[in-house]
Design a protein around this ligand. Structure first.
Ligand code: PMP
Length: 427
């Protein structure tokens, strides 16, 4: 049993000593003290089904024994020395990660977070092309650091600071976008930005392959193929942000970009790569990587032995437990059940996603697509009362994000859908 400080005590201390900008879920924030696979436990020992995985981060499952064992054994031997010395763990992990990548994406850089990965990718794009302009999608989230905040395009996350040359193009959102699922029209907007808003050349284009923070928004089919061609003709490189979509989560594919049939020039990763360890990576081609040799490129904790041992264990667990196929299987069951639920509840405006990366958008009016902000907040609390933790997203906070640890089962999915059905019926 837990005998640490209570939720009230932790909350009071956090308010006193941590930044006032921290936000929390739920009116009465949860004090989570333990995690096991797809379950989280609060201070009273109450169990919750975790359908948000620490913001799409816990890939294998909370405290997965194989990952735990790998980091514990490495912790006992050596925690840190940096890449000024040799260590097998970083090399083994890089080799395993490169083996998962298509094409010529074979050079790996390790960092500590998604923001850092995207910063490095953006720097590489600018150095490699000699151009400054970056293109990202409206409704994107690529980080909160001072450089990546420019790529992010959700006003709720942006501070007024200099951003450099960044063009936010129309979001190819099949549900809310003005062109529906017509990828050609959205791609033309990218060409227009290049033609009218730049010298004609850009450094690069970055997109999540399914938008996460923006509310599990899939890109119109065929969009990335069209845009990658346009961007490459303008001398830019194409970056896929796989921070949320990678490692088999989308089910039919290991990487989200594969769902659009493209091969990026740079891929960024974080979150699920470490199952909770602070870890990120950038993978690119030898040609692009060569620009980083002009100066010293170094990261103190990047490729740290403990994180590398843990990251390698994550890759092995996902393969051994066939998690990609599992995500496809459980995800299609979940989506099917949610689509049936949508037929019975008008408040569900849209059900979307792939594998275990699912969004449920709630609206008060299906025709106007008016965000059901207040209702989403009520249902969110109700789901917690019923023992289920989901994520909330979208600019208006009216999208439930279901992105659980990948060990989530069909029974878990059924429990979630039944609970949502019950809660909506009693709104
Ligand atoms: N890219 C995407 C798609 C993300 O969802 C996030 C985090 N929500 C980031 C980048 C930034 O990652 P981090 O918080 O680790 O810096």
């Amino acid at each position: 049993p837990y005998n640490g400080p209570s939720a009230d005590e932790v909350f009071a201390k956090r308010k006193k000593f941590l930044g006032p900008s921290l936000f929390h879920y739920y009116q009465k924030p949860l004090n989570i003290v333990e995690g096991k696979m797809q379950y989280l436990y609060d201070e009273s020992g109450r169990r919750y089904l975790d359908a948000f995985a620490g913001i799409v981060t816990v890939s294998c499952g909370h405290c997965h024994p194989d990952v735990l064992n790998a980091i514990t054994e490495q912790n006992k031997l050596l925690q840190h020395a940096t890449t000024i010395y040799l260590h097998h763990a970083i090399a083994d992990f890089a080799e395993a990660l490169a083996s998962k990548m298509p094409g010529n994406l074979k050079v790996v850089y390790f960092v500590n977070s998604g923001s850092e990965a995207n910063e490095l990718a953006m720097m590489m794009a600018r150095l490699y092309t000699g151009n400054l302009g970056m293109i990202s999608l409206r409704n994107a989230y690529h980080g909160g650091s001072s450089a990546t905040i420019g790529l992010t395009a959700l006003n709720t996350w942006k501070y007024p600071i200099p951003e450099g040359e960044i063009h936010h193009v129309m979001n190819p959102d099949p549900y809310r976008g003005v062109f529906g699922a017509d990828a050609n029209s959205y791609a033309k907007d990218v060409q227009d930005h290049i033609d009218y808003g730049t010298t004609g050349n850009v450094a690069g284009f970055i997109a999540e392959t399914i938008q996460g923070v923006g509310g599990a928004v899939e890109l119109a089919p065929g969009y990335l193929k069209l845009v990658y061609d346009i961007v490459r003709k303008a001398c830019g490189v194409c970056i896929a942000d796989e921070v949320q979509t990678g490692f088999g989560r989308t089910g039919n594919h290991y990487w989200g970009f594969e769902t659009q049939g493209v091969i990026p020039d740079i891929v960024t990763m974080a979150k699920g790569i470490g199952n909770g360890l602070p870890l990120g990576a950038v993978v690119t081609t030898p040609e692009i990587a060569s620009v980083m040799t002009r100066k010293i490129q170094f990261n103190t904790f990047g490729g740290n032995p403990v994180c590398s041992a843990g990251g390698l264990a994550v890759l092995r667990v996902l393969d051994k437990e066939k998690r990609q196929a599992h995500c496809a299987d459980v995800g299609s069951h979940l989506l099917e059940r949610l689509r049936l639920l949508k037929e019975r509840h008008d408040i569900i405006g849209n059900v979307r996603g792939r594998g275990l990366m699912v969004g449920i958008e709630l609206v008060t009016d299906r025709k106007e697509k008016t965000p059901a902000k207040a209702e989403t907040a009520v249902l969110f609390e109700k789901l917690r009362e019923l023992g289920i933790l989901v994520g909330k997203g979208g600019l208006h906070g009216n999208v439930f994000r279901i992105k659980p640890p990948m060990c989530f089962t069909k029974d878990d999915a059924d429990f979630l859908v039944d609970a949502l059905d019950y809660a909506i019926s009693r709104l």
